[in-house]
Design a protein around this ligand. Structure first.
Ligand code: ZN
Length: 181
């Protein structure tokens, strides 16, 4: 199989971390993994603990679209987590995924090596989108209010929203002159 990522190497049969079958490119070091192989191994090794590799993983991440080495069709990109821009490529028809060099080490470090299949699910991707939106709003408020005022209004908001007289307090607060009849 030709490597569709670097277009120079070929994909050689191997075992990822000596755990489950994969194909590794002899040029760029990327890995092609069939979800079925991963799940079969996972099913038989439910309690396996993935140890992170020493040092900060340096993972490559190709931003351009990738072709499936089996079908030749375009692969889909899935974000790994909310705190990382890394994307894994999935070939939906073949159920195969592509991991750039270093991405497996990154997944182990993030504690996601045991959840490879879940990354490609709707709930997982929705959670990432929601977390990203939250973070965007946090930055926006912090920028608009300033860090100190943002912290203050956050604590006021928290106090207000759990108060039994919440609505009366908000009315009092937003009334220009709460002492006029
Ligand atoms: Zn390659």
């Amino acid at each position: 199989m030709k490597c569709t990522s670097c277009k120079q190497g070929s994909l050689q049969p191997a075992y990822l971390d000596q755990l489950f079958p994969c194909h590794t490119c002899d040029h760029c070091g990327g890995n092609w993994i069939l979800l079925g192989d991963y799940l079969t191994w996972k099913e038989a090794n439910k309690d396996h603990v993935f140890a992170p590799e020493a040092g900060e993983p340096v993972a490559e991440d190709h931003k351009q679209a990738l072709l499936c080495p089996v079908s030749g069709n375009l692969m889909l990109k899935y974000r790994v987590s909310a705190d990382s821009d890394h994307r894994l490529d999935l070939s939906p028809s073949v159920h195969g995924m592509w991991l750039d060099k270093g991405e497996w080490a990154l997944l182990k470090q993030k504690g996601l090596a045991g959840s490879l299949n879940r990354i490609f699910t709707d709930p997982w991707q929705r959670k990432i989108r929601e977390a990203s939106a939250r973070e965007t709003f946090q930055h926006l408020y912090e920028h608009e209010f300033g860090a100190e005022d943002y912290a203050k209004i956050q604590s006021i908001r928290q106090w207000l929203w759990q108060h039994p007289h919440k609505l009366k307090l908000i009315a009092y607060l937003t009334d220009e002159d709460p002492y006029s009849a």
